[in-house]
Design a protein around this ligand. Sequence first.
Ligand SMILES: [Cu+2]
Length: 128
Amino acid sequence: MHKWLLTLGASLLIGGAAQAETNESSDVGDGQAGGGSETVVVEMFDYSYHPAEQEVEIGTTVRWVSMEKRTSHDVYFPDADFGSPRLFPEESWEHTFDEAGTYDYYCQPHENRNMQGVIRVVEVGDKE
Ligand SMILES: [Cu+2]
């Protein structure tokens, strides 16, 4: 009985956190298709993406979060000529990947500093 209550409390906490996260990102909402999909975070600091290489399953939303104190970065996919606005400290931007493939990207303001990354999107179940 006691144990059951603890478990219930824990799941309520988790549910609350997930909801807060969804609300926070609603202003960037870009491709909310396929509800219930996962969100993966790539942090931007020290003029690089962390992790620089990220593998995700189709339907995953990737959120880039700036952890910088001063500079700004963006996320630009040259193959698609598509990307984020400039992201200043504490700002974030997200994109949902609905097709398998290798998506190279870089930071336009810091291309000359080799600030680049790649998202590899694989079929559901193929993630290593
Ligand atoms: Cu940058």
